[in-house]
Write a protein that binds this ligand. Structure first.
Ligand SMILES: Nc1ncnc2c1ncn2[C@@H]1O[C@H](COP(=O)(O)OP(=O)(O)OP(=O)(O)O)[C@@H](O)[C@H]1O
Ligand SMILES: [Mg+2]
Length: 130
């Protein structure tokens, strides 16, 4: 999975630096889907990516079988709250999504999945800076 996303970002034309960052974004979303949206490692996590000359998009979807089930609206609220605390360096967790959303993607959408869990879609434009 890590290799695939690396290949995609690299092939799409991102710099080494941005490829590393975006790989971390996919990683973070995958870990969350696995940790919070799944019960066992046998639960499925669906990953879909698309890209063209202008932008790359990744979509990570889980089945919502985790212990602390959350819907998209609540998750969005939580992230919004966490974002205020991002600057608090003493806090070591709970800023994954908040940071990612605001710093490293152009757009991130959190929705309820038809499969019962959460589906997160992010896009990043390919520009001279990236
Ligand atoms: N796919 C998901 N399904 C259900 N809940 C989720 C999902 N992704 C995130 N969450 C909830 O949102 C919270 C915040 O996620 P976030 O990734 O920002 O922090 P974290 O995973 O707790 O810590 P870390 O900084 O290590 O990533 C999680 O603790 C979890 O409760
Ligand atoms: Mg996390």
């Amino acid at each position: 999975m890590r290799r695939i996303s690396e290949e995609v970002f690299h092939y799409a034309g991102f710099s080494r630096e941005w490829t590393e960052r975006l790989k971390l974004v996919v990683d973070e979303l995958f870990m969350n889907a696995n940790q919070y949206g799944s019960k066992t490692d046998d639960d499925k996590i669906y990953i879909l990516f698309t890209f063209d000359n202008n932008e790359v998009s990744f979509r990570i979807e889980d089945e919502g079988r985790g212990q602390r089930k959350m819907n998209a609206a609540d998750l969005k609220k939580l992230i919004y709250k966490n974002f205020d605390k991002v600057s608090d360096l003493t806090k070591t967790s709970g800023r994954g999504l908040a940071l990612i959303t605001h710093l490293w993607t152009d757009d991130m959408k959190i929705e309820d999945s038809k499969r019962g869990g959460i589906v997160v879609t992010f896009t990043k434009k390919i520009t001279v800076e990236t």
